[in-house]
Design a protein around this ligand. Structure first.
Ligand code: PMV
Length: 329
């Protein structure tokens, strides 16, 4: 008999406020969970197949969890990668074939908002609940990070930590730290994104090569990024707008110096500043992708000025990380 269990979990996306790239070398980073979520629903099937559908992207396919293979039904070869996150997440939560997985996206994909981590985290929680396995948030974050490492080869735990825990987080690998920052009020942040997305792996590699070729130049830049993130941590807690803005601008300059900026990103960064942002910088890997602007009281002006030539929206911080949407079922 078909059982009636049906579980939905959701997880937010993220944006990096300070410390991208330097975080790869053990320096601290600060990131915020964004109130745009991914919803994953798992329900039983009568046959022994596992089917995944991501309607918003027109992607679907059958998974073979036992043999770890994917048969793409709809979507491009590039989009097959998204199904891989879902497959590995289902396996981590001890799922056996015979489930339907429906993924809904409330956040733009490819905008540097950590959609793959959000899908992974929400899938692990939904599957664990479906399989009646109790997982702490720490273990969800760890399992999701392992999935990202498995699929991508390299990844910092930023995306999976934010999707799991929510809020604004200061984290570093060396020493290992994950601190939720208590920030009063909403962060006045606007995100702008280009249609072209940089390849995170390639950009991380580009920085590594620069660091190897010129350690005497690059290492002090990474040290400065660390000082920026530490200063920003204090400024965010105090709500010191001027310092937050100043440090964002410095961080953008440092990211430019290590070669991950683009003309399109800088155009948005300077448009934001010219329209009232107190600070702005690229966010994430760079090479295309997204920027953020810190613009207390000027969010609308900044959004509409960037919308003249790219896309922008105001974000709110998602205080809740991963959660079950129908715990009573
Ligand atoms: O572009 P995103 O959101 O994948 O961010 C990449 C951030 C890096 O620091 C460049 C890499 C990482 O894994 O932390």
């Amino acid at each position: 008999m078909l059982d009636s269990r049906k579980v939905t979990a959701s997880a937010p996306g993220k944006t990096i406020l300070f410390g991208e790239h330097s975080v790869v070398y053990g320096k601290p980073a600060i990131a915020a969970a964004v109130d745009k979520r991914v919803y994953v629903t798992i329900s039983p099937r009568e046959d022994h197949l596992t089917h995944v559908k991501i309607g918003d992207l027109g992607v679907s396919g059958f998974l073979d969890l036992k043999n770890q293979s994917i048969e793409l039904e709809n979507g491009s070869e590039m989009q097959r990668g998204i199904l891989e996150y879902v497959m590995k997440a289902l396996i981590k939560a001890e799922t056996v074939d015979s489930v339907d997985v429906d993924v809904r996206l409330d956040l733009p994909i490819g905008a540097g908002l950590g959609s793959s981590a959000a899908i992974t985290v929400a899938t692990i929680m939904a599957a664990a609940s479906f399989n009646q396995i109790a997982l702490t948030n720490e273990s969800i974050a760890n399992l999701a990070h392992q999935v990202e490492l498995d699929v991508q080869g390299a990844a910092s735990p930023i995306d999976t930590s934010l999707s799991t825990h929510g809020g604004v987080i200061y984290l570093s690998k060396n020493p290992q730290k994950l601190v939720k920052l208590e920030i009063s009020g909403e962060l006045p942040i606007v995100i702008g994104y280009t249609s072209t997305r940089g390849n995170t792996g390639e950009l991380v590699e580009l920085v590594r090569q620069k660091k190897e070729a010129r350690p005497e130049v690059i290492n002090p830049i990474l040290d400065s990024m660390e000082a920026v993130a530490n200063g920003a941590r204090q400024a965010l807690i105090k709500g010191d707008h001027k310092t937050i803005g100043l440090l964002m601008n410095i961080n953008h300059g440092l990211l430019d110096a290590i070669g991950v900026n683009t003309e399109e990103l800088s155009k948005m960064v300077f448009t934001a500043r010219n329209n009232g942002a107190m600070g702005s910088k690229l966010t994430g890997a760079g090479g295309g992708g997204s920027m953020i602007a810190y613009c207390p009281g000027r969010e609308e002006e900044v959004v509409s000025s960037i919308n003249q030539f790219e896309r922008a929206f105001k974000i709110n911080v998602a205080q809740n990380g991963v959660r079950l949407e129908n715990p009573q079922e």
